[in-house]
Write a protein that binds this ligand. Structure first.
Ligand SMILES: [Fe+2]
Ligand SMILES: [Fe+2]
Length: 332
């Protein structure tokens, strides 16, 4: 059996890939300013400065759009925790260190723009939003949170390991891309849509960086990397887990197509696994082959769960539509 590469060896082996991908990123990324996406002329003072405090009537966002906006923004707010995971696992030198700083700065822009938009337009309750941010950031995020029962096995001293960290952020960046894109549509406001499409484009570029690093990992250490990928895929939880109202908001978002199991499987997991050619490649050893079977079985079960979820959702939405139609008939 081939020896597993250490964290240091992986960083050295993958450094040229990190460098090439930093350069690719800088060429593809477009600079933008958060303030250009906020309708400042809609803003006014709150009571502390002689104005009027928030009232739910002021929001033009539906319940679904509010839940999605809050969830996506709190996810962005937790950047210091993600920074810690990435910085702990990457080196602070060379292209690795540059990427950590650059990526962190880009992510911070997302939270700035979304909060400014929400506070100026009074899209959500700013007091509740601030309280949720305090709770969510105080809880923080650690890889154990997404590891479920296998936390002890998956992390050593809170460190996810380079391969698990890049596998996790690959899927997470793509998941946030899907979620931002659909939230933009759900807001029913061209300004919010433009802002969230802009953020989603950033997330896609971030995903490409991590996906390419992880893919190169699979080329140099196929069994070891597939193990890390499988650990992440089979334990994946959106980073919102643990945030206030996550269950209620998560259900609303899944029910209304912001982020659901079908999207998770078809738009997040499968495109990345296909890009790495996980099910086509022939360079796995006996351990890797076993891991691949485990991953395939998990995906088959997820497909069955997804079909069940879709049937349940369709029934529930049909019931709601019927109820609404009856109420409207009664009222007319
Ligand atoms: Fe982001
Ligand atoms: Fe991102």
């Amino acid at each position: 059996m081939t020896r597993e590469l250490t964290q240091l060896e992986l960083l050295r082996e993958l450094e040229s890939v990190a460098e090439a991908n930093v350069n690719r990123h800088l060429k593809a990324a477009r600079d933008w300013n958060p303030h250009d996406y906020v309708p400042w002329d809609e803003g006014r003072n709150f009571a502390a400065l002689g104005g009027v405090d928030y009232d739910p009537e002021q929001s033009r966002l539906s319940d679904v759009a509010q839940a999605a906006m809050i969830t996506n923004l709190l996810t962005e707010d937790n950047l210091p925790s993600y920074h810690r995971v990435i910085a702990d696992n990457f080196s602070m030198d060379s292209a690795w260190g540059y990427w950590v700083g650059r990526w962190t700065a880009e992510e911070n822009r997302h939270g700035i723009a979304m909060r400014d938009y929400l506070v100026v337009t009074r899209g959500v309750d700013p007091v509740a939003l601030e309280q949720a941010r305090m709770t969510h950031m105080t809880n923080g995020y650690s890889p154990e949170l997404t590891a479920g029962d296998r936390a002890g096995e998956l992390t050593a001293g809170g460190q996810a390991g380079l391969l698990r960290a890049v596998a996790y952020v690959t899927f997470q960046e793509l998941a946030t891309r899907v979620s931002h894109k659909n939230t933009g549509k759900a807001c029913n406001d061209p300004i919010a849509d433009k802002l969230l499409q802009r953020i989603a484009a950033d997330e896609n570029l971030h995903m490409q960086f991590y996906r390419n690093v992880c893919g190169a990992g699979m080329d140099i250490a196929p069994d070891q990397t597939l193990r890390a990928v499988t650990d992440i895929v089979t334990n994946f939880q959106m980073p919102g887990a643990g945030m206030p109202n996550f269950r209620r908001h998560g259900v609303l978002m899944a029910k209304h197509g912001i982020y659901d199991l079908r999207q998770h499987l078809d738009e997040v997991l499968m495109p990345v696994l296909r890009k790495w050619d996980v099910f086509g490649r022939d360079d796995f050893g006996p351990e890797g082959e076993k891991t691949r079977e485990e991953l395939a079985a998990f995906l088959e079960q997820l497909e069955r769960d997804t079909v069940k979820f879709e049937e349940m959702r369709d029934r529930s939405l049909a019931r709601e539509a019927l109820k609404k139609a009856r109420q409207e008939k009664k009222a007319s």
